[in-house]
Design a protein. Structure first.
Length: 272
């Protein structure tokens, strides 16, 4: 009979020890940092939340990944949490005097009169072409075809531009396109839906499309979303209904980002 109380006390001791062990375990996070120091963004995460979770300053993470205001990120995006700033942001080293001033050779004997100089375009590591190249024609939206890349852009909605692009850090970096509730919102070019939801404050019901390794586009304030994450869409395909979610009037908030940085969408869209 005396062994029963002893057994009961031993059982309680094991239970208490087990609960203490569970309480000591750190909470699970929604993602993990890889060996290379990169982190894959999960659904409904923000840059501030990710940086705070890993003991970092969100401003440093933004600079390291070339992300500017309003610091929009999307699920599946890889963020560098360690290392220095992107190579593109580093100033180019000044050339040494020996490299910038090549040795002079004796002047050659006079020859035939020189021909007029021809314009040429030289790329790094390539010889300049001998035939003059015509200038790149301007893109319909005001930028150059080279600046637009290989993507063919079109307007995502038919209404007028109510809010032009601004470089102010206090505003969302995009344009506001007016319209009526329920108007079509279309994909500006081919892409994959990497986000469809309302988890980003200030954008209402939002869709983000990834077009290639450099370009993404965002469509905010929608009344209804018609596509799902992981779905591939074609240029001109109806992806949402225009609305006023997260806005004071019906409009489409439209962004184009290149390497994470917001750019003026009218540089890429055809002229109306």
């Amino acid at each position: 009979m005396r062994s029963r109380p002893l057994l009961l006390w031993l059982t309680l001791a094991f239970l208490i020890a087990g609960l203490a062990g569970c309480a000591a375990r750190p909470p699970a996070t929604s993602g993990a940092v890889s060996v290379s120091g990169t982190y894959v963004v999960q659904r409904d995460e923000t840059l501030y939340r990710i940086a705070t979770r890993h003991g970092l300053d969100w401003r440093d993470v933004a600079r390291r990944n070339g992300i500017g205001p309003p610091y929009l990120i999307y699920p599946g995006q890889r963020l560098r949490l360690t290392g220095s700033a992107p190579l593109a942001s580093r100033p180019a080293p000044a050339p040494s005097p020996s490299a910038s001033a090549p040795a002079r050779s004796p002047a050659p004997a006079p020859a035939a009169p020189p021909r007029p100089a021809e314009p040429s375009i030289a790329r790094t590591g390539e010889a300049a072409p001998t035939v003059a190249q015509p200038p790149t024609p301007p893109a319909p939206g005001g930028g150059t075809a080279a600046a637009r890349g290989a993507l063919q852009w079109q307007w995502p909605a038919d209404g007028p531009v109510l809010r032009p692009f601004s470089n102010s850090a206090t505003t969302r970096r995009g344009i506001g396109i007016g319209g009526n509730p329920g108007d079509d919102v279309r994909a500006a070019t081919d892409g994959e839906v990497v986000y469809a939801g309302s988890g980003l404050v200030g954008y209402g019901r939002l869709i983000i499309l990834k077009h290639d390794a450099r370009f993404i586009s965002a469509y905010g304030h929608n009344e209804e979303l018609l596509v799902r994450e992981g779905q591939n869409v074609r240029a001109g395909q109806k992806i949402a209904l225009l609305g006023d979610s997260g806005a004071d009037r019906p409009m489409l908030h439209f962004e184009i980002r290149v390497d994470g940085a917001p750019v003026d969408p009218t540089r890429y869209l055809p002229r109306r």
